[in-house]
Design a protein around this ligand. Structure first.
Ligand code: GLN
Length: 444
C-alpha cells in the first residue's frame, strides 16, 4: 500500500499473500519439516524459490503443515498438527503438501508453495479442488529446500486459477539459472504469453491402461473422460498413447526415493543438525537416541528401507534395477511426446479419504500411481479441478503431463481445461471451499 501510495512501480505479485510448505527456508522463521527432529530449527537463509516470490512482491503469511520430511500422501504424518480438507473437515487434504493446498482452498492464502517428489503437489491440489503444478525438474531452484529425494524433488505453486499459477511460475523462474543449485536450468519464460491461445490443432494423449487401472473410481474416470471430450470440442485431437513400463514406476520410486532420503537424512544426527538427546554417554548412543526420538514412524520406515537397499549385495538387485526402470519409463515418455503435446490422466484414483482410512502404508503408496512416474522422468505435470464428484460430492479433477521444459505449454492446456469447465461468467469450476468462502480473494 505504501509503495502504491508513493506511486512506485509495483512488482508483478505486489501484496499477494503467500503460504509455504515448512520444508522451505525463510530466514527468521523455523523450518521444521513437520518433524520433532527440526522443531526448533531456525532457517539460516532463504530458499531461492521463496526469495524470488518475495522479490516479485509476495507477502509471506507463514509456513504450511506437511507430512514429516514430505513422506506421505495425507499430511497425517506431521509430528505436530492435523490439517483438515476444507471441503470436508473429516477428510485429509492429501499430501505431503496438504497444508499448502488447504490454505489456498480455504482462501487463507492466495498462492502457496509445495514440493512434489512423487505427487505431493498434484495429489493434494486434486483433493482440495485447487490448481497445483510440478514444474520440470530444474526449472525451480532447490537451494534452501530440505531435500527428500534430490533427483525427484521439485518445488511448485498452488493457486485457485491457472492464471494465478502462471503468474507465480513467472515469479519463481525470473532470473533464470540459480548458481546455488547445480541442477537448476534457465527457464525464464513468460508463462502468461500463450495462456489464452487455446488448443485448436493440438494433440492430447490418453493412456488406455491407466483408464482401466484397478482402484480408479468411476467419478474420477468420468471427469477425465469429460475433459477429453471437452478438449476435443475445443479443437484438440485425442490420441491413444502407451507407456508400457509404467507398472514399474511405483516400485522404482520406492527404491530410489528411500535410498536418496536415507542419504539426505543422515545429517540429522543431533550433532550436525537436529534434536539432541540429553544425558548420553557416547556419541553412538546420542545419535541413536536422538534419531529414535526425532523421527516419526514413516520417516524411520523410509530410512531403514533406504539403508537396506543401498547395502552391499542388495544394491545391484534393487537400486540398479530401479535406475534401469527409470530409463525405460523415460524412453516411453519420449516416444509418447513425439505423438502428443500433453497426456491427460487422473491425478489420483479417488477423492479425499477420511483420516485413518488408509492405515496400511502400501495402500497409501499405491494411491500415488498416477503421479509418481513423472518425478521418475523429471517432466512437468499439473492438476486442474473440474468440479465435484457425482458420487462423493468432493473435488475431482484431471492431471496433465507434458514434455520436459514444456511448462508454459502445459499451462495453456490447463487453462483450456479450466475454461471448458468454467461457469457461465467464466469463473473456475471450483472456488474457495463453501465454509470458508468470502474470507479470501483471488488475484485480479
Ligand atoms: N506420497 C509420496 C511419498 O510418500 C510422494 C511424496 C512427495 O511427493 N513428497 O513418497
Amino acid at each position: 500500500d505504501e509503495a502504491r501510495a508513493a506511486g512506485d512501480e509495483l512488482p508483478p505479485l505486489a501484496g499477494v499473500p503467500l503460504a509455504m510448505k515448512d520444508n522451505l527456508n525463510l530466514v527468521g522463521t523455523r523450518t521444521t519439516c513437520a518433524s520433532r527432529m527440526l522443531e526448533t530449527y531456525q532457517s539460516p537463509y532463504t530458499a531461492t524459490c521463496v526469495q524470488r516470490l518475495l522479490d516479485a512482491g509476495c507477502l509471506p503469511l507463514g509456513k504450511a503443515n506437511m507430512d514429516e520430511f514430505a513422506f506421505g500422501s495425507s499430511t497425517e504424518n506431521s509430528a505436530f498438527h492435523r490439517t483438515c480438507n476444507p471441503w470436508d473437515t473429516e477428510r485429509v487434504p492429501g499430501g505431503s503438501s496438504g497444508g499448502s493446498a488447504a490454505a489456498v482452498a480455504a482462501g487463507m492464502a492466495t498462492v502457496s508453495l509445495g514440493s512434489d517428489t512423487g505427487g505431493s503437489i498434484r495429489q493434494p491440489a486434486a483433493f482440495c479442488g485447487v490448481v497445483g503444478m510440478k514444474p520440470t525438474y530444474g526449472v525451480v531452484s532447490r537451494y534452501g529446500v530440505t531435500a527428500f529425494g534430490s533427483s525427484l524433488d521439485q518445488v511448485g505453486p498452488f493457486a485457485r486459477t491457472v492464471r494465478d499459477l502462471a503468474l507465480t511460475m513467472n515469479g519463481l523462474t525470473a532470473g533464470g539459472h540459480d548458481p546455488n543449485d547445480g541442477t537448476s536450468h534457465d527457464a525464464d519464460v513468460d508463462h502468461l504469453a500463450h495462456l489464452e491461445d487455446g488448443v485448436s490443432g493440438g494433440r492430447v494423449g490418453i493412456v488406455p491402461a491407466l483408464m482401466e487401472a484397478e482402484g480408479l473410481t468411476p467419478e474420477v474416470k468420468h471427469s477425465v473422460e469429460e475433459a477429453a471430450s471437452r478438449l476435443e470440442r475445443a479443437g484438440a485431437e485425442i490420441v491413444e498413447v502407451h507407456l508400457d513400463h509404467l507398472d514399474a514406476a511405483i516400485a522404482a520410486y520406492y527404491v530410489v526415493g528411500p535410498a536418496e532420503a536415507f542419504s539426505n537424512l543422515a545429517r540429522f544426527d543431533g550433532v550436525r543438525y537436529g534434536y539432541q538427546e540429553p544425558g548420553c554417554t557416547s556419541l553412538a548412543e546420542q545419535t541413536a537416541r536422538s534419531r529414535a526420538h526425532g523421527f516419526g514412524t514413516e520417516a524411520k520406515r523410509r530410512q531403514l528401507l533406504g539403508a537396506y537397499l543401498l547395502s552391499s549385495g542388495v544394491y545391484d538387485r534393487y537400486y540398479y534395477a530401479a535406475q534401469k526402470a527409470r530409463t525405460m519409463i523415460a524412453r516411453d515418455y519420449e516416444e509418447a511426446f513425439k505423438q502428443v503435446d500433453v497426456i491427460l490422466l487422473p491425478p489420483s484414483p479417488r477423492t479425499a479419504f477420511k483420516f485413518g482410512e488408509l492405515s496400511d502404508p502400501t495402500q497409501m503408496y499405491l494411491s500415488d500411481m498416477y503421479t509418481i512416474s513423472l518425478n521418475i522422468v523429471g517432466n512437468p505435470g499439473i492438476s486442474v479441478p473440474t468440479g465435484l464428484g457425482v458420487d462423493t460430492g468432493l473435488p475431482v479433477g484431471i492431471q496433465l503431463q507434458g514434455p520436459a521444459f514444456g511448462d508454459a505449454d502445459l499451462l495453456r492446456y490447463a487453462r483450456a481445461v479450466e475454461r471448458a469447465f468454467a461457469g457461465e461468467s467464466g469463473e473456475p469450476a471450483l472456488s474457495v471451499a463453501p465454509d470458508f468462502a468470502g474470507k479470501g480473494g483471488e488475484l485480479a
